[in-house]
Design a binder for this molecule. Structure first.
Ligand code: SER
Length: 342
């Protein structure tokens, strides 16, 4: 009999770290961690198997499907927005073709075991695109159905993959239903910028917030690439992980949509700088604008409407801006680099 497992792709990334850590604490270790690079040594004891490979390698995915009964998939692997603009065709392959491979795998698994496979997909604020800073500020808290005209390859990829998830869950092979008896249960969250005290993002456009805080904690200077007025929603990583777990656990009957916004706090870059300076008065933070990256941030909403998540699966963040900085980011980052230096 094949062993039932949870598959996490992009397991080495920031959300992967938080998720694996949480599952281990909850006693859930039937995890197959999948990433291009071998799993972080600290996480290895927390998982059943650690597979280094490419989500574009269909033969490798088939091998996994033959070996395990995959009941849940957390498909975290992706090229983030800045990196995707530098390599749009590669981004499309990884972010879209890779997701297709995983959706197909989930579909095949659900058919083989005749039970739904849960598919959790981190979508992004990048799925939105507002045409100007004026429109952005007039739009206020953007709903899931509004302004879905992304300006980045990454945003286009995420938006399209949300649609693919809906297709595979609700309409797969509608002209040959006997061939596609479907049990895929696709659920997605449009994440704001995530800030972790323990890991750093790479290749994203919301990276200025974590970069600013981590640089200050290490006594390094930082030149922020967006202007002080730039504003998008952010969230502390523990809330990001909590949201994934809550949405995964929600009874299907309570979900009125497949894709949800979530929000926590929405500071400008200048406000982040002020909070960092309050905690690290010697921090050397300057602003040196990278126009294309700043334009991407300007195209994302200043805030999002998360009332559907609040209503359907009782979403509520634990960390507002004060708690995120005072009780999580500043103490945990300081401790992280103290331990690192010791
Ligand atoms: N953090 C992501 C990025 O900046 C947005 O989802 O690309």
């Amino acid at each position: 009999m094949r062993k039932p497992v949870v598959l996490i792709t992009g397991a080495n990334g920031e959300i992967g770290h938080g998720l694996i850590d949480h599952f281990a604490r909850a006693g859930k270790t039937n995890i197959v961690a999948f990433d291009l690079r071998p799993l972080d040594a600290k996480l290895q004891p927390l998982v059943t198997a650690n597979v280094a490979g490419d989500i574009l390698d269909a033969a490798l995915l088939q091998k996994l499907a033959d070996e395990y009964e995959i009941r849940e998939i957390y498909h975290l692997a992706a090229l983030l927005s800045t990196r995707s603009e530098h390599a749009p065709e590669l981004a499309h392959r990884v972010n879209v073709d890779g997701t297709m491979n995983l959706l197909k795998l989930a579909q095949d698994q659900s058919r083989a075991v005749q039970r739904p496979v849960l598919f959790l997909f981190p979508s992004s604020i990048a799925a939105y695109g507002l045409p100007s800073v004026e429109a952005k500020h007039q739009a206020g808290r953007v709903r899931e159905s509004d302004w879905t005209t992304p300006t980045t390859m990454y945003g286009c990829n995420k938006l399209y993959c949300e649609q693919l998830g809906r297709y595979y869950s609700d309409h797969y092979r509608q002209l040959a239903p006997e061939a596609g008896a479907c049990g895929l249960d696709f659920r997605a969250i449009r994440f704001p910028g995530l800030i972790s005290a323990l890991t750093m993002p790479s290749g994203g456009t919301s990276d200025y917030a974590p970069e600013m805080i981590h640089a200050a904690a290490q006594g390094k200077p930082y030149a922020c690439f967006v202007p002080e007025r730039a504003q998008i929603p952010f969230m502390a990583m523990p809330d990001g992980v909590k949201a994934i777990l809550q949405l995964a656990a929600a009874p299907a009957a309570r979900l009125s949509q497949r894709v949800y916004n979530i929000a926590a706090f929405s500071p400008t870059a200048g406000e982040i700088r002020d909070r960092v300076l309050a905690a690290f008065p010697d921090a050397r933070i300057t602003f040196s604008i990278d126009r294309p990256r700043a334009a991407i941030v300007d195209s994302w909403p200043a805030d999002v409407d998360d009332s559907a998540a609040r209503r359907d699966w009782s979403w509520s963040p634990d960390y507002d801006a004060d708690r995120a900085f005072d009780e999580y980011l500043i103490p945990a980052i300081s401790e992280h680099y103290r331990a690192f230096a010791a």
